[in-house]
Design a protein around this ligand. Sequence first.
Ligand code: NAD
Length: 434
Amino acid sequence: MKKVITLAAIALLSVAAFAQTFTPKEQELIDLSNQKWAWMAEKNADALANLFHENAQFVHMGGSWGKQQEVEIIRQGFIWYKKAEIHSQEVKFVEKDAIVYSNIHLTSEVGGNEVRFPFTVSEVYTKVKKEWKLGALIFTKMAEPEVPPVPFLTLNNGLLMPQFGIGTYQQTNEQAHNGVLAALRMGYRHIDTAHAYQDERGVGQAIKESGVSRNEIWLTSKIWPSEYGEGKTLEAIDKMLERLQVDYIDLLYVHQPMGDFAGAWKDMEKAVKAGKVRALGISNFDANDEVFDRIIAAAEIKPVALQIECHPYAQRKAIREKAAKYGLQVECWFPLGGSMSQGALFKDPVIMAIAEAHHKTPAQVILRWHLQEGFSVIPGSKTPAHIAENIDILDFALSDAEMLAIKGLDKEARFFNMDYEQAEQFILNWKIED
Ligand code: NAD
């Protein structure tokens, strides 16, 4: 029997990069099972026919049948098992037979439509003349990973926005691609990016690959000052849609309160009317009252959200009151203090003690505090372990006393401390390529 996986087939078979070790006896079966996926991807019906036992049974979602039918289905391409992403495998020996269990995400083409589902596949191998033959293959469809019940916030235009999401600041396209894809698989449904982060292409690719319906995802991006101006911003929004590979953006922020933001707003309103954007927001308009009042006065379509730095050391009491007056949802950047804080909040004794009491990490306590304060929160991460940790905050609650203790940490100390004039000079001079 052919035992060598061709290079083309290897490219189609992806085995999750984790260390699973097998005995040589088990490894033989694992190799055979993986070889089978590779042959399926290649539509190598002859090799498969040789592997299948004469009395083999195939139990699919749509029915069950024998060897000849399975081989013909593969040969004719009625079902094309294009790619098996293997997450974990196990081998059990039962008398003379061996059973291989594989947890996979399988991308198939059925009747010309591409579908991707998680399955547990059980394969029974039996020996005929000292050679393993596949006697049964059973697909069991797994439930999609449970989407944690992230609460929704109702915005002032009636739209529902998931209260918790992932931020993508300071990431390359590749990092944003990997991180957002992992996040979507873990149940995140809210993504925050910006043209200025230069990672929108990675974010868009992740959304596309995730298989999650576009209408289940809340996608936020931001227009940079070099794109501000009536006539100019609308064009910039079209380019943004192209980079993100989507037809619409859920929430579009005017990123900085500098330059012709009122002109940009006019075009952002046109984009809402054209169905390219669902809601508008103002980012960093806490800089001073003048810019805040000017954008509010200029807006025909009112902003739904205000994005600002906010965390336990800078709880932003005054601007929150102002935002509430205009029905603006406050969304927090640097919710964990940001990279500039060098983990200062994680080392705070009050936060550490609360974390210990709940068997949670300081980051989880801070994020839980954000939720209970009613903020929208978008912690940034590119590390799968942190991405998983950050969303694991829905199964506990901080007591009133704990909320009060964290309230007591407020010293209105921001980690980003550039004043308006300094920031203006830097921001207005920065043009983004692509
Ligand atoms: P953050 O407070 O979310 O902190 C991110 C830092 O914390 C990163 O260094 C990350 O590696 C680390 N981290 C994440 N999870 C962790 C965990 N569980 N344990 C330990 N460390 C952890 O700061 P941020 O990412 O800069 O801000 C959040 C998001 O807000 C950004 O990603 C971006 O989308 C947005 N943002 C907007 C603006 C704006 O001007 N509107 C400015 C900054 C950020």
